[in-house]
Design a binder for this molecule. Structure first.
Ligand SMILES: O=C(O)CCC(=O)C(=O)O
Ligand SMILES: [Fe+2]
Ligand SMILES: [Zn+2]
Length: 669
């Protein structure tokens, strides 16, 4: 399976990383591209299943069969993003509550010069949520709960199967949680559960690293630095890696594929310190925008017009980051224009965007779109914008509302220029506090689009990094960091996600996976499927990561046995469906939860609509007229489960200073 996979070896140069913010005198060095053997163009997906017999037509919500990086504007993720929505689509603001959210009529000057990046570095403590117990899986009937199998990860696959068969599925309410038995879904931390911060700590200096040469770029210290901080600006990286960023300029993109589609968000032009409601009478958290579509060439025309107009208007005061004139009418109501943001432009097609994709291979492997040490490279299919490149084309004031990445994965973003982008970032541990504020501000944290008000954050004691990303600068968004971005000038940005093979990243993704289920929000990264494929591809030396992955697999094996058994008890036929390599993951059409291995379709329908057991039972409790489909045999799953063992740290695996888990060379299946 893992032919061609090699150890994710990092070069262990003994250098001291220089840390500074001065970018003057940045020179272009011409080092040859450093080929890292751990980087692969494409990983094969799971070979768990043998070739499948002719399969029925499966219908899932995502007709493109591709998961899509979340659109930041309140469209549910994973849905086709090529439909035009009605104008003035409000992004899930909560219905107003009586007496709440008194309109703020004060118009503030709206600072045009956001806080500059301070030259000093500040160590930032990254805290993981200590998740409190709240939710207990509820049972529909008021009867004595059916006993649960007593399992632990030291048991063999066969022992787990026997124990599950011994206990049986009971009434069919089978937990799909991948957490420990009875462990409640992790709840977001409220602000009062976190320590008080000084006013200095509320506006911390942004971690910033200046990479001066290739050695520094490829040093393990740079990775270590980034993994230890919520967000980092990396300066000088494209130059150090001899990258040609002109491949991503509007001019080059138009020359390559003028008719390539771009999603447009029509927004109100406003300063990054304000967020007006559409009537411009009060400042709010929810963001309003409407969606439409165009092509790269047409957006480029719009960009050119916007650029020329500003140049004419500003004359000698023109800059690539033009100041916004904060005008208001005779009643004091602000006057704001509308602008168009070219967003979520998909550069995944390897034939179409070969030079653009290849150029990014010059980056250190942990920053690449595809690499052996990136969890998202093991899923075996494309998740648009996550394990493929996404392009943003911006005019001044284009806005990406607040969010965490799908399933809390990390992100890499390069500003191509010529203008700057202004970033705001809040450490992962405060996401619950932001969610609390979203709620107070009548907008849904997960489903809605929102732009936090700095004053509200300060008042709530939420720390926020604020900085400029200049052309050629890379922003590393670490696991779970909440962020929002506004262009100060005309600029393009390219971005993608990565999943460093660490316990922290894995558990953050799993916790969000469970939280998403509790919020009926689709997890774009199918964590159960990913865990099974990673178990085949990766040698895990970190005990905590191993333990968590093994637990996910154990829980998933448990579900398979109990669901199968329930189907058998109900007289439901079980058919082997298989899962072809590189085939995307199935999601329940109703609740949008990942269905790994076992799912249900109506026997009498020509097009088979994927249902999870819970949703199938909602249609008929005893599963009358349903068919159970299975993607892997129990034998296959047991083998993968048993073969996944904690790898020996003492076995030489190349330089791995951070004890990141390494990619397996062995073929296990
Ligand atoms: O450049 C932008 O506006 C998008 C930023 C973002 O959210 C990301 O790259 O993760
Ligand atoms: Fe993002
Ligand atoms: Zn369902």
């Amino acid at each position: 399976m893992s032919a061609g996979l090699s150890t994710g070896r990092e070069r262990n140069y003994k250098i001291k990383m220089s840390v500074q913010t001065d970018i003057s005198g940045r020179d272009r060095r011409t080092h040859p591209a450093d080929q890292d053997e751990s980087s692969l163009k494409r990983f094969k997906s799971s070979s768990l299943a043998p070739p499948a017999p002719p399969a029925p037509v499966l219908v899932s919500k995502d007709e493109t069969s591709l998961k899509i990086r979340i659109s930041r504007y309140g469209t549910a993720p994973g849905r086709a993003q090529h439909k035009t929505l009605p104008l003035e689509e409000f992004s899930h603001p909560r219905p107003p509550r009586p007496g709440s959210g008194s309109p703020r009529l004060s118009r503030r000057a709206g600072s045009l010069d956001p806080s500059p990046v301070k030259p000093e570095l500040k160590m930032c403590e990254v805290k993981l949520n200590n998740l409190s117990s709240v939710k207990v899986e509820n049972s529909e009937d008021d009867v004595k709960p059916h006993p649960t199998p007593i399992l632990n990860i030291k048991m063999t696959g066969s022992e787990i199967v026997s124990e599950c068969e011994r206990v049986g599925p009971g009434t069919g309410e089978i937990s799909t949680s991948v957490l420990d038995e009875g462990e409640p879904c992790p709840q977001p931390k409220r602000r009062h559960q976190l320590p008080k911060l000084s006013s200095e700590q509320l506006l911390p200096n942004t971690p910033c690293v200046h990479v001066k040469n290739k050695q520094e770029a490829f040093s393990p210290q740079l990775l270590e630095w980034c993994l230890q901080r919520p967000i980092t600006v990396i300066r000088g990286l494209p130059q150090a890696c001899d990258m040609d960023l002109s491949l991503y300029t509007t001019k080059s993109l138009v020359e390559c594929h003028p008719n390539h589609p771009v999603e447009i968000r029509t927004q109100m032009e406003q300063s990054s310190d304000e967020n007006w409601d559409p009537s411009l009478t009060k400042e709010v958290w929810y963001c309003t925008s409407s969606r439409s579509h165009t092509t790269i060439a047409k957006y480029a025309e719009y960009l050119t017009t916007s650029f020329k107009e500003t140049k004419e208007k500003l004359g000698k005061d023109f800059s690539f980051n033009p100041k916004l004139e904060l005008k208001s009418d005779e009643n004091g109501t602000p006057i704001r224009r509308t602008i168009k943001f070219g967003t979520n432009c998909d550069l995944s097609d390897e034939k179409k965007w070969k030079p653009q994709i290849q150029e990014l291979m010059k980056l250190p492997c942990w920053l690449r779109v595809v690499s052996a040490g990136n969890m998202l490279s093991h899923i075996g299919h494309q998740i648009l914008g996550m394990n493929t490149i996404q392009l943003y084309m911006k005019v001044p004031r284009s806005r990406t509302p607040g969010h965490q990445e799908n399933n809390n994965f990390a992100a890499v973003n390069i500003n191509i220029g010529p203008g700057d982008s202004e970033w705001f970032g809040v450490p992962d541990s405060y996401w619950g506090a932001i969610q609390e504020l979203c709620e107070k501000s009548d907008v849904d944290y997960l489903h809605g689009s929102w732009w936090p008000k700095m004053e509200d954050l300060k008042e709530a004691g939420i720390p926020c990094y604020r900085f400029m990303q200049r052309p050629g600068e890379v922003v590393w968004v670490n696991t779970g960091c909440v962020h929002w971005v506004q262009a100060s000038g005309w600029c393009n940005n390219v971005a993608w996600n990565t999943g460093p093979l660490t316990y922290r990243q894995y558990t953050a993704a799993i916790e969000r996976y469970e939280w998403n289920k509790s919020q009926r929000y689709q997890s774009i990264v199918a964590m159960v499927f990913l865990t099974w494929t990673m178990a085949q591809n990766i040698r895990v030396t970190d005990f905590e990561l191993f333990h968590s992955m093994k637990r996910t697999m154990m829980r998933s094996l448990r579900q398979t046995v109990l669901m199968r058994q329930f189907a058998i008890e109900q007289g439901v036929p079980i058919r082997f469906h298989g899962h072809k390599p590189n085939e995307p993951v199935n999601y329940c059409m109703i609740c949008e939860e990942e269905v790994f291995n076992i799912f249900f379709v109506k026997g009498n329908e020509r097009k088979h609509v994927v249902h999870c057991l819970r949703c199938a039972r909602q249609v008929s409790k005893d599963l009358t007229s349903w068919i159970c489909l299975e993607e892997y045999t129990l034998e296959e799953l047991k083998t993968v489960y048993d073969n996944f063992v904690l790898a020996d740290r003492t076995v030489p695996t190349g330089d791995n200073p951070l004890s990141l888990s390494l990619v397996n060379n062995n073929s296990t299946c």
